[in-house]
Write a protein that binds this ligand. Structure first.
Ligand SMILES: NC(=O)c1ccc[n+]([C@@H]2O[C@H](COP(=O)([O-])OP(=O)(O)OC[C@H]3O[C@@H](n4cnc5c(N)ncnc54)[C@H](OP(=O)(O)O)[C@@H]3O)[C@@H](O)[C@H]2O)c1
Length: 254
């Protein structure tokens, strides 16, 4: 075990699957106690069991983070279980794509509620604890890592509202970085390219074929590739702030 994060506590949203599960396993492997947050308890328990089987420490909290009170309770859970909070990874997200003109009722609201509001609620509840840890933690620094997307850098037809949420999280991250910089709470954003997860599984059936043909045309990133980027970001010494990482699949032109 690389014990870089020994004595620290990390909260990861969307931790039961895909990128969030990989981030949780990777940071736990570096010594962080990890609080896994998501809606499906069975998936969270499964990842927690994998972490414990490797000698790590994990606790789960089932919550829909688009509800402000539940998001705050997830942060409270981290404090009551482990007594502190050093790192927050806002990873939970949904991608519901298709042209604006055809969007069914509820898709935009779901993306905005999870990708934006969920991250905001978790962040606000976590800030006082992160500020405290930055002052008196094992690393003397705390981190917020927001999982954005290449879709937060390049807008395309068919993904307008997903783009809106990811451009939004980038803007929020930069403003928050400036607000929290005096207290050594670093804010970073990671923009993954195409990663092999279930993210596209909620795509409307009539759009699935075009999504599949794009996905199948390249060698996709693995969730662990993104977890490595998070570990690099939070593993820097306190004098270093890596604020942004764009990580595309090497095959990916878009
Ligand atoms: N895969 C890619 O190619 C790619 C590329 C760029 C960026 N990203 C971003 O990476 C992040 C993770 O996605 P992924 O690819 O790993 O897909 P994923 O496996 O579908 O993960 C999404 C996670 O978000 C959680 N989630 C969704 N709604 C939630 C809610 N209301 N409250 C709490 N948790 C919620 C899900 O858990 P529950 O359903 O159990 O709640 C799930 O664990 C997302 O922000 C996505 O936009 C992915």
């Amino acid at each position: 075990m690389n014990a870089n994060l020994k004595g620290t506590v990390t909260l990861v949203t969307g931790a039961g699957t895909g990128i969030g599960a990989a981030i949780s396993r990777t940071l736990a492997g570096q010594g962080a106690a990890v609080v896994l947050v998501g809606r499906r308890l069975a998936q969270l328990e499964d990842v927690a069991a994998q972490i414990r089987a490797r000698g790590g420490s994990a606790s789960v909290f089932a919550a829909d983070i688009s509800h402000r009170a539940r998001a705050a309770l997830a942060v409270d859970h981290a404090i009551s279980e482990f007594g502190r909070l050093d790192i927050v990874v806002n990873n939970a997200g949904v991608m519901l794509i298709g042209p604006v003109a055809d969007a069914p009722d509820g898709e935009w609201e779901r993306m905005i509620d999870v990708n934006l509001k969920g991250a905001l609620y978790i962040t606000q509840a976590a800030i006082p604890h992160l500020q405290k840890s930055a002052g008196a933690g094992p690393r003397q620094v705390a981190d917020i890592v927001n999982i954005s997307s290449t879709a937060g850098r390049v807008a395309r037809p068919g993904t307008a509202v997903y783009n809106l949420t990811k451009f939004g999280i980038n803007a929020f991250s930069e403003a928050l970085r400036q607000e929290l910089q005096p207290q050594r709470v670093r804010v970073g954003v990671i923009e993954p390219g195409n990663v092999d997860t279930d993210l596209a599984s909620h795509t409307r059936p009539e759009l699935l074929e075009s999504v599949r043909s794009q996905i199948n045309s390249i060698e996709r990133l693995t969730p662990e590739d993104i977890a490595d980027a998070v570990a690099y970001m939070v593993g820097r010494p306190r004098r270093v702030a890596v604020n942004e990482m764009l990580v595309r699949a090497a095959d990916q032109s878009w």
